[in-house]
Design a protein around this ligand. Structure first.
Ligand SMILES: [Zn+2]
Length: 127
């Protein structure tokens, strides 16, 4: 891979990392806020917000799920950045072949070439 391509992908990853970190911080605030609130609710005679409670819980769960997904995503990005550092970036973790550049441009954090990815998906049905 050319140095300029690698540099560009690295910048792309760094920008994405920044974006995801910020969005995660936002969600952690919501989770924390919801935790604080439910802490307070226990002390109150919880009659007033019965109707809202379901949707609050739903919101809370969605937020946690989202934070988990984003957390994994962030982890993948960090992994990709460390692979750039140690020089293994752009190689398929499964078969060791070079991952096509257009694929890397679209998914710079990917660990698998398209063939292995398709095999993985058609195989066990795992993500
Ligand atoms: Zn492969």
């Amino acid at each position: 891979m050319r140095k300029t391509d690698l540099q560009r992908l690295r910048n792309q990853l760094l920008e994405e990392k920044e974006r995801v970190s910020q969005s995660l911080t936002q969600h952690e605030k919501i989770i924390k806020h919801t935790d604080d609130q439910s802490g307070l609710e226990v002390g109150k005679a919880h009659s007033n917000h019965m109707a809202d409670q379901g949707s609050d819980e739903f919101q809370y769960e969605t937020t946690i799920k989202f934070a988990n997904t984003e957390g994994r995503y962030l982890y993948n990005i960090e992994e990709a950045l460390s692979r750039i550092e140690d020089g293994t970036f752009g190689k398929c973790m499964e078969c060791g072949q070079t991952i096509a550049l257009p694929r890397l441009r679209r998914l710079p954090y990917t660990r698998l070439c398209i063939e292995c990815k398709e095999k993985e998906e058609s195989g066990s049905g795992a993500v």
